[in-house]
Design a binder for this molecule. Sequence first.
Ligand code: PEP
Ligand code: CO
Length: 478
Amino acid sequence: MSDLTRLANSPLASVQPAGWQPNSWQPSSWQPSSWQSFPATQQPKYSDAAQLLRVVGSLSRLPPLVVSWEIEALRAKLAKAQRGEQFLLQGGDCAESFEDCESDKIAQRLKILLQMSLVLLQGLKKPIIRVGRFAGQYAKPRSSDTETRDGITLPCYRGDNVNRPEFNAVARDPDPELLLRGYERSSLTLNFVRALIDGGFADLHHPEYWDLSFLRHAKLRESYQKIVDSIAESLEFFESMSGERVHAATRGDFYTSHEGLHLLSEQAQTRYIERQQRWYNLSTHMPWIGMRTANIDGAHIEYFRGIANPIGVKIGAAMGADWLRSLVTVLNPNEEPGRLTLIHRFGVTEIEQRLPAMLKAVNDTGAPVLWVCDPMHGNTETTNSGIKTRRFDNILGEVEAAFQIHEAHGSRLGGVHIELTGEDVTECIGGARGLAEVDLSRAYKSAVDPRLNAEQALELAMLIARRAGTTRRSSSVD
Ligand code: PEP
Ligand code: CO
């Protein structure tokens, strides 16, 4: 019997709670486990099904990491972003690693996201919705199930929730216990982030908390300081006029997201909320569907269609207009504002050719969506020496093209999705300090995709903000 069949017959195959009635939100045929009757791609093959069941059972009894009212607050903000009133900044590691669950690394990553959001706030003149790719980004889709080195073939590395990156048989054997270790680290990460935010780390009154020691490039440092000073001045002006401190707008919220890839663990953290009469994935605020698992007839779409969270879907070159239209209809049949975020990732060379047809396809459905540009995953390349990298200019080029194409087609780019770290790594080429190919080996730490380092990430935010400022000035002259 396969793992999934056993699971489908187990007590985990969820039962509708007492008092539950099919309603317009939750299709009656859907259950947290109904995905198990559909083809599930990118799932690890565990050798010990009994141990897997035990672990998933434990996960399903542990407390949730987030709660439904936070999820609903995020949905309301995303609905505003759809109307052009807010802007989404989603960012973090390609894959979090268990080893990096350390206070410094978490604080640095939070800091760079806060700094980017401050710069975007000033340039775009609208509130920035901050969503981390963290506290659960531990499972990765891979292009091949196996990896061969020197004639030895082993299962591929699928993220710390599944196995280990080291190339030996023990490390690569999928271990169910890692799901529990991942849950614990997600919870530790989120606990620390919440404490930092509650303690005033994100308060606009204190941008000096977010020291700039990583910013070695003098011009960037100067530009950033100007932005911070101008925000401080505006705050001071407003507060002296109103005689009140600006609280709500300056504290800043943070939300979490990860790719909802490992369906057994996502199912285990899916809970029915009586008050809302809906099922929520309470492991994160905003799970997304990756490009490799967005098949309309697949298990991932079945799972995602029934949860009430706002969700993201990655849109790549392989996706046609009909496929996208079906996704929009299946995932948001009630055309609920804030529900669906479409994250396109075509690459700088393909976006111009591919995005317009996607915009038209979605426009034809009339359903509200939030369009976001991921300028990372379509711009990955491999150097002659075999290192995976991305060029800063291509990343910036794709975001700029995205703004233009949306505008030209009467649409709106409402956010960006970036792979970044707060550390001073050398994984992407370019940026103000001109990292070159020879620098890549100096501090390349990612086990999967190359990330912007803190300096490159802040520079990207500044260039996006500057572009938005220029557009606003030129359109006000027209
Ligand atoms: C990712 O976001 O890390 C990823 C794998 O993206 P995509 O599904 O767009 O390839
Ligand atoms: Co990635």
